[in-house]
Design a protein around this ligand. Structure first.
Ligand code: PRP
Length: 210
């Protein structure tokens, strides 16, 4: 039986440009990626490789289930959703950080009621406050989390901060840094064994390019 081409799942949006630059440095013809229109599976000519474009949590799902052999996604998504796969390389781009933030001057540590935290990352937030032994109510928001404290839905947020512009422009400030984040290469557990040579050569050329 002929094996399908090696498949790598890439995160759409925020990381897409850096990933394209990385692949071009690796000598891949990325014209299909740069000019993809609405196409979701893009072959890389002459490399025996297919690129799949997906949302960050779906990159993890496709790699975990083995329909993609490898993936590139942010450490934030891995920390929130991470299950079983190998995290093999820090790609050193997509650098930002997880932070706890609130409207300027807010003291979230005083008061008797549970602090309300809005976030796209409930698991990360829960673990952070569990370590502190702090009683919080976590409210899941899908995007523009900064809105939640402005509208009075939460006292603070746990979110990723890159330039800090979104916080600044909305009157919020970082209360505590949680941890740094960057893009990571992940590999399916079975593929690591069954397609060892191809994965190693992919890893090797990524390492040389970063
Ligand atoms: C992220 C994050 C912040 C913003 C931080 O949102 O949730 O809102 O970027 O970046 P900054 O520090 O450079 O301002 P994203 O743009 O990914 O979209 P979303 O809010 O719709 O999730």
């Amino acid at each position: 039986m002929q094996m399908r081409q090696l498949r790598i799942a890439l995160t759409k949006g925020r990381l897409e440009k850096d990933i394209t630059v990385l692949f071009e440095r690796m000598g891949y013809d990325c014209s299909g990626l740069r000019d993809k229109g609405r196409k979701l599976i893009i072959p890389v000519p002459g490399k025996g490789l297919e690129i799949v474009l997906a949302k960050a949590p779906d990159v993890i799902t496709y790699v975990e289930h083995g329909v993609c052999d490898a993936g590139i996604t942010g450490k934030d998504t891995i920390m929130e959703n991470g299950r079983s796969f190998y995290e093999v390389l820090d790609l050193n781009f997509g650098r930002c950080r997880f932070a706890l933030a609130a409207p300027r001057g807010t003291d979230i540590y005083s008061g008797y009621n549970a602090t309300r935290i809005a976030t796209k990352y409930p698991n990360v937030a829960r673990r952070f406050f569990e370590k502190k032994g702090m009683d919080v109510e976590i409210i899941r928001i899908e995007g523009s989390v900064e809105l939640a404290p402005l509208l009075g839905l939460s006292d603070a947020i746990v979110d990723i901060v890159e330039t800090g512009n979104t916080l600044r422009e909305n009157g919020l400030e970082v209360i505590e840094e949680i941890c740094p984040i960057s893009a990571r290469l992940i590999v399916n557990i079975a593929s690591m064994k069954l397609r060892k040579a191809e994965i190693e050569s992919l890893l090797d050329s990524i390492e040389k390019a970063i």
